[in-house]
Design a protein. Structure first.
Length: 201
């Protein structure tokens, strides 16, 4: 018995090693937990950047003090300005014209679009997207001093769920929605965060 037992253990060890090797061969494809590389993270952020710098988003994410309009980002008409809290000048708040939903399609193009809390970021944290390189917008986005104290999880939820963000996919008559599907933005954000939220140089 003393001679057969080690042999049996040996056989068991070989066969479980073979099973483990077979499993290991399957793992890279089967495991969703495998973290994407830094390069994959930077590539995923490129889709996020393209969304942030689409006119539907960047028209409010501006270095200046007046929102922009239309696909060519011309200055907002009627002397509209950011104001001390992003909600417009005291005499002409955004809410004078912008409601919580888009007006009915039957009103035609060039009516003020609407979404809950339609306003600009405040002057002390302008949350600029426009005119920045991929690396710059990535680092700016992650800087909690500039983004209103949002960690990566909060940034993710903002872009996945915020009503002002979702408006970019149903912007009302006469305005092109963001062309990257919202699901794809969410998937690329997850990938970027899983890779450690890397930024291009
Ligand atoms: C006096 C009315 C009025 C006020 C006040 C006003 N807007 Fe507008 N806004 C409009 C109209 C009308 C349009 C649509 C222009 C068009 O599509 O030709 C518009 C369009 C916009 C757009 C363009 C959307 C796009 O992607 O094309 C943004 C951004 C915007 N407004 C932001 C603001 C913000 C922020 C405020 C407050 C600081 C504000 N507006 C105040 C009337 C107003
Ligand atoms: C009407 C103006 C407006 C539009 C349009 C808009 N945003 Fe914003 N965005 C804001 C405001 C205001 C805040 C600040 C909100 C807060 O602090 O709660 C903000 C904050 C953000 C933030 C978080 C903070 C940061 O540092 O940037 C992200 C990300 C963001 N927006 C993405 C988008 C995306 C993506 C779109 C287009 C699909 C978009 N926004 C369209 C007004 C706008």
């Amino acid at each position: 018995m003393k001679t057969t037992r080690p042999t049996m253990y040996g056989r068991a060890a070989i066969s479980s090693a073979a099973v483990l090797a077979a499993l290991a061969a399957l793992l890279p494809a089967a495991s969703p937990a495998a973290a994407p590389s830094k390069e994959e993270g930077v590539a995923a952020f490129e889709t996020v950047r393209a969304v942030l710098q689409h006119p539907r988003c960047q028209n409010c994410h501006i270095p200046g003090d007046a929102p922009l309009q239309l696909d060519d980002g011309r200055p907002h008409t009627m002397g509209v300005v950011r104001g001390s809290d992003g909600k417009g000048a005291p005499g002409l708040p955004c809410a004078t014209c912008h409601g919580v939903t888009n007006p009915p399609t039957s009103y035609g193009p060039h009516v003020p679009p609407g979404a809950p809390t339609w306003h600009l970021p405040p002057p002390e944290r302008k949350m600029v997207f426009i005119g920045l390189s991929s690396g710059e917008v990535c680092r700016r986005l992650k800087d909690e001093k500039q983004n209103g104290g949002k960690n990566l999880d909060a940034l993710f939820h903002h872009m996945a769920e915020d009503k002002l963000v979702l408006w970019g996919w149903s912007p009302g008559a006469g305005r092109a929605p963001v062309p990257v599907p919202h699901d794809e933005l969410v998937a690329k954000l997850k990938q970027w965060i899983a890779a450690g939220a890397p930024c291009a140089p």
